[in-house]
Design a protein around this ligand. Structure first.
Ligand SMILES: *Cc1c(COP(=O)(O)O)cnc(C)c1O
Length: 385
């Protein structure tokens, strides 16, 4: 019997197949050890993940959304304040800002990379300050760039603008494990970075998980306090916190996978190179990597003017594809009309939502899988094989 193609298997199952013996052994050791929440595996994973980022601190939490919420709170984003971010992102980014008691202020994306556009950030900060009704306006406290699809945002430009306006920078690294810019890991630039270990991420657990990484010992201390009821010592809460803990099983499994992340990201980049080479003449807008950036290729995203037709033609060829994201947050029922955007609006976020299409990418796709995808796209577009 031939094994199922990793194309139809999906990333979490392919990941298990690739690392099965080590994962089984790690899980068995946790079951036998009898400690399941915030134990030695979590502590070891925290220091190994921090080291991979070149940072002194990392705290495991229950999800990427929680990591963002706790990072915001630990950076001093108080209830009633405002956080600049993009609407073209996973809903978790926006949910975390509201969970911290703050409100998002929308900034548009750079259409080339899909990440927060520094020029739009500058213009939005100015428009927010100039808009009427200033007394009732939530003060701007932080900017939350998202390293969308694994491409780092323009961190040098964003940090300079943030410093000028006294804003904290919290990086949403949920799609950017192992990405880098100018030789520095994504997640090591801002005041704090939030990671998700949701099973489909580049570093993914077998359940929910997340982490906050930082170079600031005060931020780390505050995250550790908040993740367990605001406790300073057991059963004594210094401030209202929550229950957001990483468990031993997930940490042990993540420790098995972490050493493979660099090679797996390199395999993603090699897969991206195959697609880009095969689709160069397709008329689709293909992903770009900015000079100095190391792209983690969490997603390989093309832009197609007739996206729905292409997606249907690919489905007819047996190739399911994803749209990340079909509706930007500022147009979703939960958020529509509630938050500030600059006078230029959010045209690049809206255009991206209409045209993006993710082709399957993972470190576990075979050369035959990649060729199958490329051939399906060419066929769907009516191009010669
Ligand atoms: C996955 C994701 C999140 C949320 O992470 P969870 O672990 O699912 O809570 C936040 N932001 C981005 C950009 C994501 O991709």
């Amino acid at each position: 019997m031939t094994p199922a193609s990793t194309l139809s298997l999906g990333l979490p199952a392919a990941r298990y197949r690739a690392h099965r013996a080590a994962l089984d052994a790690a899980a068995a050791a946790v079951f036998a050890g009898g400690q399941f929440i915030l134990g030695p595996q979590v502590a070891a994973f925290e220091s190994e993940f921090a080291a991979a980022l070149g940072l002194p601190h990392c705290a495991g939490v229950a999800s990427g959304t929680d990591a963002l919420e706790l990072a915001l709170r630990a950076c001093g984003v108080e209830p009633g304040s405002a956080v600049l971010t993009v609407p073209f992102t996973a809903t978790g980014t926006v949910a975390a800002i509201e969970r911290a008691g703050a409100v998002p202020v929308w900034v548009d994306i750079d259409p080339a990379t899909g990440t927060l556009d520094p020029a739009s950030l500058e213009a939005t900060v100015a428009a927010y300050a100039a808009a009427g009704d200033r007394a009732r306006r939530a003060p701007l406290r932080a900017v939350l760039p998202v390293h969308l699809y694994g491409h780092p945002a323009d961190l040098p430009a964003l940090l300079a603008i943030a410093a000028r306006h006294g804003l904290r920078v919290i990086e949403d690294c949920a799609q950017a494990h192992g990405a880098a810019l100018e030789g520095r890991p994504a997640g090591s630039w801002g005041d704090a970075a939030a990671f998700s270990f949701y099973p489909t991420k580049n570093l993914g657990a077998f359940g929910d998980g997340g982490a906050v990484a930082t170079r600031d010992p005060e931020i780390d201390r505050r995250v550790r306090r908040l993740r367990e009821y605001g406790w300073t010592t057991r059963h004594v809460s210094a401030e209202p916190g929550l229950n957001s803990r990483l468990d031993e099983l997930q940490a042990a499994l993540l420790r098995v996978l972490l050493p493979h992340l660099p090679a797996e990201n390199a395999a993603r980049r090699a897969a991206a190179d195959v697609y880009t080479e095969r689709l160069r003449d397709s008329g689709l807008a293909l992903p770009v990597t900015r000079p100095g950036a190391v792209h983690a290729f969490h997603q390989y995203v093309v832009r197609a003017p007739a996206r729905e037709a292409l997606q249907a033609a690919l489905a007819a060829r047996g190739l399911p594809t994803q749209v990340l994201y079909p509706v930007p947050a500022h147009l979703q029922p939960a958020y529509r009309g509630r938050f500030f955007a600059g006078p230029a609006g959010l045209p690049h976020s809206e255009a991206a939502a209409r045209s993006v299409l993710s082709l399957p990418i993972s470190p576990h796709l075979s050369p035959a899988d990649l060729e199958h995808v490329a051939a399906a796209v060419r066929g769907a577009l009516g191009l010669p094989a």
